[in-house]
Ligand binder design. Structure first.
Ligand code: 5BU
Length: 473
């Protein structure tokens, strides 16, 4: 009598899930065997058995959620979800281009544990990508269960990235069952086992570390939108692609009327307007209401360059409340890395469901800045650990290859190299092509020009052209 697992393997073989021949896998690797679990959706009872076996193989007992890895993981996760009464999440392959633009569907709360469900692992890259996305949502994702481990290094790869994988069956065991029930010959079994031994998938860790495929500098803003779940990053990538603009204007003016008039003039050319709200001599809540309307009208985001730099409890009260109530109107704010990540947690605690984010000042444009290499590294680590709220860095060099993070470079002006108080300038072209800026921040180069509207148009075109050259070079 065949066991439940043996019967399941034989049934899968019978419906054509296990195929022998010449196949090319997703990675480009050639294979004499292909395991195509997609077709079980046409065999509901078998799908139920697969779900049961996978649930029995789970690494732990206590999960709050499960998440199917698109696509074949999805129906299996659904079967498990309904049977075990366990809420499910879906991670899209691509972010949808309309509506809420969410990458993950379903309800979740910070800190909940989530088990990933996948049909087959070769290198483990799909499970890894899903885990990264779920971790960005502050979920606890350490485990995955797969039906078939092809024994080509996927489990070890994932282990090195901190993910524990349990499989229902591996390739050797599957060949043994098919052989035992005379479904395949010894020769076929030997060739498959020989193949998997000789074709170990490349190290995920090395691939991720070398960032060969996903180097920030080489990716389009459009493609980077789907690498992050941070809502402000996603909005900004979207605006940058739609408006073909990576220009932020630093609106350093001291009167509300000047601020609003400048925002109207440069609005069509910018993705972001940067403010120092405390330099307005006539600040009122009406001015930020008006500014928000102009931002909606011209489709740009508002960025208050507040440079929060205190303990979490203090910055929380500075951010939410006081005369400026920044959290109410600024999509983005800057923070210093100096206090440690309490500053980010403090701000995050005030955002309560609104799409808000921060940028870590990692390197400054001014001469004599104290930001050392160690400091920069610390800022990058802080960003990675707080990627749900951090959207990127203010920097003067290519400090991160991570496509999720956006690098903003101030100290940009054509035809001028410094001011008398230590500011140092580079051209938009040099900022984007030599220093790795995604967004260039231009203040006086535009605000002090005779015609801020034409100056903004000019800077916008120059910076975007440099970005286009960068991604195609
Ligand atoms: P400028 O007029 O283009 O020099 O204005 C630059 C703006 O960017 C100004 O608002 C500064 O406060 C801001 N800035 C900067 O110049 N250098 C930095 O390293 C950081 C911010 Br952080």
């Amino acid at each position: 009598m065949a066991s439940k697992l043996e019967q399941c393997v034989l049934d899968l073989f019978k419906i054509g899930v296990v195929k022998f021949g010449d196949f090319t896998l997703k990675s480009g690797m050639k294979s004499p065997i292909y395991f195509d679990l997609r077709m079980i959706i046409s065999f509901p009872k078998l799908m139920e058995t697969v779900g049961e076996l996978m649930w029995e193989a789970r690494p732990r007992n206590d999960y709050d959620l499960i998440c199917g890895v698109a696509y074949t993981g999805l129906p299996i996760a659904t079967v498990i979800s309904t049977k075990q009464d366990l809420p499910m999440l879906i991670r899209r392959k691509e972010a949808k281009g309309y509506g809420t633009k969410k990458l993950v569907e379903g309800n979740y709360a910070e800190g909940q544990s989530c088990l990933m469900i996948e049909d087959v692992i070769v290198s483990g890259s799909s499970v890894f990508d899903t885990a990264e996305t779920l971790k960005d949502l502050e979920l606890d994702v350490k485990d995955a269960v797969v039906f078939l481990d092809r024994e080509q290094g996927g489990a070890a790869n994932l282990k090195s990235m901190g993910i524990n994988v349990k499989s229902v069956i591996n390739m050797t065991e599957m060949m043994a069952i098919l052989l035992k029930f005379n479904s395949i010959t010894q020769k076929v079994s030997d060739s498959v086992i020989d193949f998997v031994k000789k074709n170990i998938a490349s190290s995920l860790k090395k691939k991720v570390e070398s960032d060969g495929i996903m180097d920030r500098l080489k990716c389009t803003f459009e493609s980077r939108e789907s690498t992050t779940v941070q809502p402000v990053s996603r909005k900004l990538f979207n605006i940058m692609s739609a408006k073909q603009s990576n220009l932020c204007v630093a609106a350093d003016v001291t009167k509300s009327a000047e601020l609003l008039s400048l925002a109207e003039k440069v609005g069509p050319y910018i993705c972001l307007l940067k403010t120092h709200i405390d330099i307005l001599s006539d600040f009122s809540t009406e001015v930020v209401e008006e500014l928000k309307n102009i931002a909606v009208k011209h489709n740009f985001l508002i960025f208050e360059d507040r440079k929060f730099g205190d303990i979490g409890n203090t910055v929380a009260t500075q951010y939410s409340g006081g005369p400026f109530n920044i959290v109410d109107w600024a999509d983005l704010v800057t923070v210093h890395g100096l206090p440690g990540d309490g500053v980010i947690k403090g701000l995050g605690s005030c955002a309560s469901g609104q799409p808000r984010g921060c940028i870590i000042v990692s390197q400054m444009s001014s001469s004599g800045t104290l930001t050392s290499d160690e400091y920069i590294k610390g800022c990058c680590k802080m960003a990675e650990e707080n990627a749900h709220f951090v959207i990127g860095f203010v920097a003067q060099s290519n400090i991160s290859k991570d496509p999720r993070f956006i690098v903003f470079t101030p100290g940009v002006q054509s035809g001028c190299t410094s001011d008398v108080l230590g500011q140092q300038y580079v051209t938009p072209r040099a900022a984007v092509l030599e220093r790795g800026a995604d967004v260039v921040i231009v203040g006086r180069g535009i605000t002090k020009s005779d015609d801020p509207c034409s100056a903004a148009k000019h800077y916008k075109e120059e910076a975007f052209k440099a970005y286009q050259e960068r991604i195609t070079s």
